[in-house]
Design a binder for this molecule. Structure first.
Ligand code: GLA
Length: 693
């Protein structure tokens, strides 16, 4: 396993449990890609093909698969790196100059060192292998050791070569209230570009690629990579004229210029990538397991109650205490006070930036609510939007130069707010101090950090697209050092911030403001392909749903939200006794199955029925849970067959169905399957099962 180097020291084979990735260095010092796919046994068998030139119009640089194509020479394809040297030279000519290997407990890293032919400019290509997870993390570091600044005009983290044409490319599209809408499109000649230019990563597309050869959940080849960045990114997929598909991803070069001063270096966001020969499920499992073990904060996420949909901006101590009492009666473990508690925040018009407790709403201070929540045995959480300011806020009156702006232009608002230039040290310090004070003064366990508008009018600095999010990461990282028990939720106008960059910085992630339990099935399914279930915060909210107008039974709403980290956002003071009791039962059941949901292995099961069943399974060691949803019965209604996955063929499993216990072998449940029939509309069931000892 791990890194194998050929005897001639010119070919590298990077092996994980079941995959291999290979490249070599040719006699010109070019790093040339040779292989990505199922595991190979012997590095010595890999050879670098001879350089070929189709014609003088198809130069070798254009045809040859390179690990990290740079801008320069006879290369016209997408490049990963373009630098402008102080004398105006805009091309890079690199030479390979050796490698290093580093090892950790469950990883091995190969670092290839490249240097420019003329300038003291260095490029290190990093390949960090996690063999047990069948994953590799690729990143690149550039270093300026010249005496003058170097401008980096483009920096993509890696290029991948897939030796096929006509692949399927999938990602998500969407917008506020409709995040994670999965799409699949055929790759043909030309380029597919997905990107974000707004400074907030994930409403519209998400920074990952999935390319497959007509794969299913359990069969077929899938190549994938997820970029670890929450700001602007771009990804390009290109089927070339030479029988292969290229894909690369990294920082978006749109309006971006990064300057490296002498002695400075820059590491591009890593791409976590892998190959599966057994469909999408393996991809999801490998990513989920890695995220749980290596990226996310440990521990189960609490069942939360959030008052936003119940009270919006009309918060006050008395009503929030009543909500907290009711939430505690239902079984919630965390009470989150959302927007509206600070400054003159009575609507979106004012308040952002003025982070003092509004005395009219909290005449006895915030302590009254915090104490009440703590007295109920719950954790206390609070909403903030630290990167923003309203034009009417005192903060803006005092510091009009703290926002991104151009001196000669009228600053544009969105949701009646400006974006603070957090890359200014005084602004960064203000935000850190404000949050540190809040966390020090009050017994707060949870921060919901929102960001409700995109960045614009960035001023003369062209590096803020990168530096803004790095500063946010840094503030949260520093706050966590000082307040290690506080959980941070990333929210950005709903699901605007979920990616593999933020996954290790924040702890909880708001999936979408769309809380319609039916819409959520699609959103959650797409989310689950790349992101771990523990990160997927899902609330039960009131009906008719504020967005869809749909009325869905409370049980279905609970079941849909129980597929992730459960939260409740209803006006629970209006609950009938029946709704209170149902909620208590559901929350209790969720707590019992929570380790299986949040830390188990997740399966998107096949639905063989013409009826639109949604079938999911979670499995953790000997315990499992099945979710069955039937949003609508169709004419000639039939049931479905639930074929489980991941069981031991010989094991005996007892399923606790509504009609009583059923015990079957693993092979029966996986190959024959269990007949299930729901009827009516918005019908749903949760079935627990366990393996006999
Ligand atoms: C955003 C969030 C909501 C809520 C509001 C408050 O829209 O997604 O959950 O916090 O802001 O203004």
């Amino acid at each position: 396993m791990g890194i194998a180097v050929s005897t001639k020291n010119d070919v590298f084979l990077l092996n994980t449990k079941s995959t291999s990735y290979g490249f070599g260095i040719d006699d010109r010092g070019l790093v040339r890609h040779v292989y990505w796919g199922r595991k190979l046994q012997c590095v010595e068998e890999l050879e670098l093909p001879e350089f070929t030139e189709v014609s003088t119009n198809d130069p070798v640089f254009q045809i040859t698969p390179e690990e990290f194509p740079v801008h320069g020479g006879l290369r016209y394809k997408e490049h990963c790196l373009k630098a402008i040297f102080a004398d105006g030279t805009r091309e890079i000519v690199y030479q390979y100059c050796g490698y290093d290997v580093e090892k950790g407990e469950d990883w091995e890293e190969l670092i290839l060192h490249l240097r420019d032919d003329h300038y003291e400019f260095f490029v290190d290509l990093h390949y960090k292998l996690y063999p047990e997870y069948d994953l590799m993390e690729r990143s690149v570091e550039v270093r300026n050791q010249t005496e003058a600044p170097i401008q980096i005009e483009k920096l993509h983290s890696a290029q991948f070569h897939i030796p096929y044409e006509n692949l399927n490319f999938s990602n998500v599209h969407g917008h506020w209230g409709a995040e994670h809408q999965r799409f699949v499109q055929k790759v043909s000649y030309g380029k597919i570009v997905i990107e974000n230019r707004r400074g907030i990563s994930s409403h519209n597309h998400n920074p990952y690629f999935v390319l497959d050869r007509d794969a299913t959940e359990t069969e077929g080849e899938v190549y994938f990579g997820a970029l670890r960045i929450t700001g602007n990114f771009s990804g390009v997929v290109e089927q070339t004229a030479y029988g292969e598909t290229l894909v690369q991803m990294g920082l978006n070069d749109h309006d971006c210029l990064l300057e490296l001063q002498p002695g400075e270096s820059l590491t591009a966001p890593a791409i976590l990538c892998g190959y599966s020969s057994s469909g999408f499920e393996t991809m999801s499992h490998n990513l989920h397991r890695f995220a749980l073990d290596h990226i996310m904060r440990k521990g189960l996420r609490p069942v939360l109650y959030n008052s936003w949909e119940a009270t919006e901006f009309h918060v006050n101590s008395r009503d929030q205490i009543k909500l907290a009492q009711k939430a505690s009666e239902l079984g919630a473990e965390l009470f989150v006070l959302d927007d509206g508690w600070f400054g003159e925040r009575h609507s979106i018009q004012n308040g952002l930036g003025d982070w003092y407790v509004n005395e009219g709403k909290f005449p006895n201070g915030l302590e009254e609510l915090v104490d009440a929540v703590k007295g109920l045995g719950m954790m206390f959480g609070i909403w903030v939007e630290p990167e923003m300011v309203n034009p009417k806020a005192q903060l803006y009156q005092q510091h009009p130069d703290w926002i991104y702006h151009y001196e000669t232009r009228v600053s544009d608002t969105s949701r009646i707010q400006y974006v603070l230039n957090v890359t200014k040290p005084e602004v960064r310090d203000f935000i850190y101090q404000m949050l540190d004070n809040l966390l020090t003064r009050y017994d707060i366990d949870y921060i919901k950090w929102d960001a409700n508008r995109p960045i614009s009018q960035t001023g003369p600095q062209r590096d803020i697209w990168y530096k803004h999010i790095q500063t946010v990461y840094q503030i949260v990282t520093d706050l966590k050092k000082k307040h290690p028990n506080v959980l941070f939720e990333a929210c950005a106008s709903g699901g605007g911030r979920i990616d593999y960059g933020i996954l290790g910085i924040f702890d909880d992630f708001w999936t979408s403001d769309n809380t319609d339990a039916y819409d959520r099935l699609f959103i959650q399914d797409a989310y689950s392909r790349i992101y771990p279930i523990k990160g997927m915060r899902a609330w039960v909210t009131d009906c008719p749903n504020f967005l869809s107008g749909r009325v869905i039974p409370l049980t279905f709403r609970y079941h849909s939200a129980m597929m992730g980290s459960l939260g409740v956002g209803c006006n629970i003071l209006k609950f009938t006794q029946e709704e209170v009791e149902l909620s208590q039962r559901m929350i209790q059941q969720y707590k019992e199955i929570r380790p299986i949901i949040q830390e188990g292995t997740f399966y998107r099961l096949e639905n063989p029925s013409p009826n639109d069943y949604f079938l999911y399974e979670y499995l953790k060691e000997d315990q499992g849970v099945i979710f069955v949803f039937l949003p609508q019965s169709k004419v000639g209604h039939r049931g479905t067959t639930v074929r489980l996955r991941g069981l031991e063929e010989q094991g005996r499993y007892t399923l606790h169905t509504s009609k009583g216990d059923v015990t079957k072998s693993g092979s029966y449940l996986m190959y024959h399957g269990l007949e299930v029939k729901l009827s009516g509309d918005y019908a749903s069931a949760v079935v627990r099962f366990e393996k006999e000892p």
